[in-house]
Design a protein around this ligand. Structure first.
Ligand SMILES: *[C@@H]1O[C@H](CO)[C@@H](O)[C@H](O)[C@H]1NC(C)=O
Ligand SMILES: [Cu+2]
Length: 226
């Protein structure tokens, strides 16, 4: 009895450590973000080859958020980003004639990275700017073409990433409509999900604690700029 109570507490603690990205700006949870399969469990994706690595999506949502190119958008974490690891954002433009409310990118190479943070590496270890954050701000490139996009948030929990399959991916896709863009965005590298990552990429399979790494190479393409 004592053991099972302790075990239940441990499970609760582990579950609480996970998180989701259910909203953007002041929108309600899952109003403009496609509801993810972990909306109750908060659990991560661990297989980078699964379709869940794209948007971790359970269902589409009707809502679309209007945003302005060159302006910041805050992507909210629930409850908070409680694991150490990198944050990135990707965008995919909805093809002409399609609506972001129904478009499915599948495994097409349509994703461009627009944001990537980097760790601070010191004698005490690696630390990440988002750890504990409840919201992360991303500025949409001012050169984007106007139109509808999926804005994909990705945080990788690296606390147990020393072996393949140990990294934890927390993912969401928001439906946005961009205006005010200059339209010259010309990404050098577009990737697919799955496809962009391998389980053994040095930024995905890494022991961040010992020995303390001397550098960090994020997975995926370089950040695109205007
Ligand atoms: C977004 O912009 C469109 C076009 O201007 C407008 O029709 C729509 O009401 C806006 N949506 C919101 C939620 O403000
Ligand atoms: Cu967790």
């Amino acid at each position: 009895m004592k053991f099972s109570a302790a075990a239940a507490l441990l499970v609760a603690a582990v579950t609480d450590a996970h998180y989701t990205f259910p909203s953007v700006g002041t929108t309600a949870d899952w109003a403009v973000v496609r509801q993810t399969k972990n909306y109750q469990s908060n659990g991560p994706v661990t297989d980078v080859q699964s379709a869940d690595i794209r948007c971790y999506q359970m269902k589409n949502t009707a809502g679309i958020m209007n945003v302005t190119a060159g302006q910041p958008v805050s992507y909210n974490a629930k409850a908070s980003i409680s694991h150490p690891g990198p944050m990135s954002f990707y965008i995919a433009k909805v093809p002409a004639g399609e609506s972001v409310a129904t478009w499915e990118p599948g495994t097409a190479k349509v994703w461009s990275k627009i944001y990537q943070d980097m760790p601070n590496i010191a004698a005490g270890g690696m630390s990440w700017p988002t750890q504990g954050a409840k919201s992360v701000s991303v500025t949409l490139p001012r050169c984007l073409a106007n139109g509808e996009y999926l804005l994909r948030a990705e945080h990788i929990g690296l606390h147990s990433a020393g072996s393949a399959g140990g990294a934890q991916f927390y993912i969401s896709c928001a439906q946005i409509s961009v205006s005010g863009g200059s339209g010259t965005f010309a990404p050098k590298s577009q990737v697919s999900f799955p496809g962009a990552y391998s389980a053994t990429d040095p930024g995905i399979m890494i022991n961040i604690y010992y020995p303390i790494p001397k550098s960090y190479t994020p997975p995926g393409p370089a950040v695109e700029s205007c």
